[in-house]
Each structure stands twice: as C-alpha cells, then as structure tokens.
Design a protein around this ligand. Structure first.
Ligand code: PLP
Length: 399
C-alpha cells in the first residue's frame, strides 16, 4: 500500500487522537527513514527522542531476533535475567540503587507518584501527600501523570484530576517556596522541559531547591523520559548538573525502539515499594530488556552522549551563524542533541515543518513556536549539514 491508501485506512479505523501527516514510515536505518512511497527523509524527530542509537541498530535487531526465538514473555512472579542485567547497567551508571520496569514514560511517572506517597506513608507521614511539579512540564497522559503535567491544554475536559498535585513556575524559586510545606512528599521536574519548549533547568534554582529539600525532607524526582539515555550530552540529564535525585524515570530511548519505562531510585526511596504494592504484567519482559540492554551498551560503549554534545554544539553554532534571521529566530538553545529553535513570527512553525517534510527532512514543532530537533545520536555530519541546509532555505523562504 502507498502513503495515500494507508492514510485513508488509518482515518477510517484508528482513533483520531493524533494530527498525522499523510504518510507512513515503513523503513529506517541510522538517522534515515523511508515512507511507503519510497521517499527518503533525514529524521530529526527520531520517534520523539526514542531512536537514540538510530533506526534498526544492528545490535538491537540481533538481540531482539535472538531473544524472540527463546522466550517472549513470562510473569514477574519469576526472575527475568535480562531485566536484572538491565537494572544493573542502570545502577552501575547512575546514582540509582534499584529499578522497577514498566512500559512507558507515563507509567514510569505514575509509579514515581505512587512511590513518593508510599515513601512518606511508610514513615508514618500520612498527610505528606503533595507532589509539586512545574508549569509547562509534561509527564504523560495517564491520570496521575496528566495531573502532574503543568499544561492545561492537555488536561482540559478530563477533570477531576488527581488531587494534591501542585504546580509552580519552572525555574522560579519564590514560586516553589510558596508551595513547599511539610505536606510535600516530592518535587518532580525535567532537567530540560521537552514538550514545554526545550527549556533547561537553571542551576541557581536547583541550588535553592536543594536547600528546601534539606529543610522539608521531600524526594527530588527527575523525569528523564526525554532527557535520558545520552540525549543531553550525559547518559542522564541530571548528571550534567552533578546532583543525585532520589528518583528518576526513564522511557523513550531506553528500549532502543521498543516500549519500556523505568522507575529508578536510591536510598530509602528504593525500598518504598514492597511486594504487592506496584506491578506491571509486561514490565521488564525478556524481549524488551534484551533490546534495551543492546541499546544501553551501544550508547555507553560508543560514547554516544559525548557525540550528542559535540553534534549539538555544532548545530547550535551553525543556526546561530545564519545571516538575516533577526526578527525570525529568537533563540537557539538546548543540551546535547535536544535542541530548540524559538521562532518569532506567529504561525510559521507548522509551515516550516511541512515544507521541510516535502524536502526530505522530518522536524517537529512545539506549540507552533519552537522547532525541536531530537535526531538519533548517531546522525552523521553530512546528514546534519544536509538537514540544516534544507531548514535554512525553508525558513528564509517562509519568513
Ligand atoms: N515525560 C516526558 C518528559 C515526556 O517527554 C513524555 C513524552 O513525551 C512522557 C513523560 C510520557 O511518555 P510516554 O509517551 O511514553 O507515556
């Protein structure tokens, strides 16, 4: 079937929850993908920060093939060796001491919310139930994660939301000070707000937050669903800032392209959830953890975080050097290969995305204002130059 036929069938049979482009991707390799009509694209979207090791990395594909022939699924009532190995890899490479596996970012954050409340109640603090997150944040679409998400656009029509989840201005210490109290069991933040427009955490704010944590004794939980797995130039986004969160969550790139989420914790937070208190039928199954392990090894052994930092610096410098962009580009920012280009004229973001697509470059735009680039960390210099060439021409023509 070609793009048109697939899109027509999709409109008929699939729930209309996405505004989709009239094309279907059918093949991928590294930073390139092909649609059902055989058209090739450079992929700066990468499944929205999922394909960090590139599409169909041979080591990930081989691990899936090998595991698929042995055991696809078994219950978490039994030990799963691949799951243990992956947990060990995360623990060996971070501050985490224990890991719980689930299937998505929303689920990982849902688990974090439960963990925080159970951590407090286990200590007898039954009224320490409030979780503070940031306005403009994104934590997922399930009821708890949606309630923690600080963007009303995603919440409208789904109320009542989960109570006792408060929101404060991101990077604004006074706003946080007003909300924090003895009732706070956790603060949940992204180190770079992704869906919020690629906005990095301010180190001065973090320092103030740490003082409040000392004073009030809450858990610091970092949502690394988008920033994790080398995306920001370190294996995990918080490592850029040099602090150890009590809890961090992973998903997206963790599975090398397969669905998996992880709830990672240290200290007494790592012991907060006990048998029967949290579970997932498919969480950490043998197939997805085989894929995730292969992807993890490719990222760490191949120094992909360092590569992301270098390539990201290059992209930001290139964009900043484009002449004649005053009045068009307000800012180019981000960490590693998580880059945002903030536009000034209203409404051009969507047009730029479409024009790039027609010229063989897939790029995403957040809230119509910020072009987001989150390509595979293995993208080549030639692919970057080609994609930036298209983007520059398109922006010039549209602006
Ligand atoms: N947290 C962050 C920071 C995200 O960017 C996302 C997805 O974009 C999520 C959570 C939700 O992840 P999922 O779509 O896997 O549920």
């Amino acid at each position: 079937m070609d793009n048109q036929m697939i899109a027509a069938n999709g409109l008929e049979y699939v729930m209309n929850t996405y505004g989709r482009f009239p094309m279907a991707l059918v093949k991928g390799e590294g930073a390139k993908v092909w649609d059902a009509d055989g058209v090739e694209y450079i992929d700066l979207v990468a499944g929205i920060a999922v394909n960090n090791v590139g599409h169909c990395h041979p080591e990930v594909v081989e691990a899936i093939r090998e595991q698929a022939g042995r055991l696809l699924h078994c219950s978490n009532l039994y030990w799963i060796e691949n799951q243990i190995n992956l947990a060990k890899s995360i623990v060996d490479n971070s501050c985490a001491e224990k890991v719980f596996f689930c299937n998505s970012g929303a689920e990982a954050n849902e688990g974090a919310l439960k963990l925080a409340r159970r951590w407090a109640s286990r200590q007898g603090h039954t009224d320490k139930v409030e979780v503070i997150s940031a306005l403009n944040s994104f934590h997922g679409r399930t009821m708890g994660a949606l309630s923690a998400t600080g963007q009303t656009v995603y919440q409208a029509g789904f109320g009542p939301l989960v109570p006792h989840l408060l929101h404060v201005q991101y990077n604004d210490l006074d706003s946080l000070k007003e909300a924090v109290s003895e009732k706070t069991c956790a603060v949940l933040l992204e180190t770079v707000q992704g869906e919020g427009g690629i906005i990095p955490l301010d180190p001065a704010y973090l320092a103030g937050l740490m003082e409040l944590k000392e004073q009030y004794g809450f858990l610091l939980m970092i949502d690394e669903v988008q920033t994790g797995m080398g995306r920001t130039g370190k294996l995990f986004g918080h490592q850029r800032y040099g602090f150890d969160p009590d809890v961090f969550t992973l998903a997206k790139a963790l599975g090398g392209g397969l669905p998996i989420g992880a709830l990672c914790a240290r200290g007494d937070a790592a012991l907060a959830l006990q048998p029967g208190e949290h579970a997932s039928t498919f969480g950490g199954g043998p197939l997805v953890t085989a894929a995730a392990q292969a992807s993890f090894d490719v990222i760490t052994k191949g120094n992909l975080p360092e590569a992301a930092e270098e390539k990201g610096q290059y992209i930001k410098a290139q964009v900043a050097s484009w002449p004649g962009m005053e009045g068009v580009i307000k800012d180019v920012r981000g960490q590693g290969l998580m880059i945002g280009i903030e536009l000034i004229p209203e409404g051009i973001g969507v047009k730029i995305v479409e024009a790039c697509r027609l010229k063989g470059v897939l790029i995403n735009c957040i809230h119509g204002m910020v072009l987001r680039m989150v390509p595979p960390l293995v993208i080549t210099k030639e692919e970057i130059d080609k994609a930036l060439g298209v983007l520059q021409d398109v922006i010039k023509a549209i602006a």
